[in-house]
Unconditional design. Structure first.
Length: 192
């Protein structure tokens, strides 16, 4: 990858000078901006033998985050979020219905194409754990197809690690078909 630095006051494309005349060019490696894992030295435990072919008294290893040990309280499922009961509906006996709730096909299609942000939220804070659970997200979708309320059931550890702020943002970006009536939607996300 090449990076060309050009002052904004340099005149742009209206000059007749060649493109590379006087322009400082810096070559950047292909992995620019990606930090390499830090190497640390760890002494060999006393009384151990050096590996075949020689070796020093110290060895290199890559630094990684340690595995988080979860307690039973961390794994306990709890509900957090808005009240997701549907608002009362009017019953029109005249046949001129105001709208209809979303059908299963519309719900599945929207979730299949737009639930990636929710899945990312769930996986994001579970790294370096052995947590296995099904996170349940309940939504209220209004008649225009917009998510107005959400509630989730998740392990306490995930709730405390930002799931309660990430998931509502992710579901708020989802857009369901407009049907004219509110609909309750349940979105399960398996972790592990």
């Amino acid at each position: 990858m090449y990076l060309a630095l050009r002052p904004p006051w340099g005149g742009g494309a209206t000059t007749s000078a060649p493109i590379d005349a006087g322009v400082p060019v810096a070559q950047v490696p292909g992995d620019a901006g990606v930090a390499k894992p830090k190497k640390k030295r760890r002494p060999r435990p006393p009384g151990t033998v050096a590996p075949p072919g020689g070796g020093s008294d110290e060895e290199y290893y890559e630094e990684t985050d340690p595995m988080v040990t979860l307690t039973a309280a961390d794994r306990a499922l709890e509900w957090r979020g808005d009240d997701v009961t549907l608002p009362p509906t009017r019953l029109d006996m005249g046949g001129a219905g105001e709208g209809r709730p979303l059908d299963d096909g519309e719900i599945n299609s929207t979730i299949g194409s737009q639930a990636g942000g929710v899945r990312d939220c769930v996986v994001q804070g579970a790294t370096n754990t052995d947590l296995r659970a099904t996170i349940t997200v309940k939504l209220v979708v209004d008649g225009s197809g917009r998510v107005t309320k959400s509630k989730l059931q998740a392990p306490r550890y995930r709730v405390e690690k930002g799931l309660l702020t990430c998931v509502p943002r992710a579901v708020g970006r989802m857009k369901f078909p407009a049907t004219g009536a509110p609909t309750a939607v349940t979105l399960p996300v398996s972790l592990g």
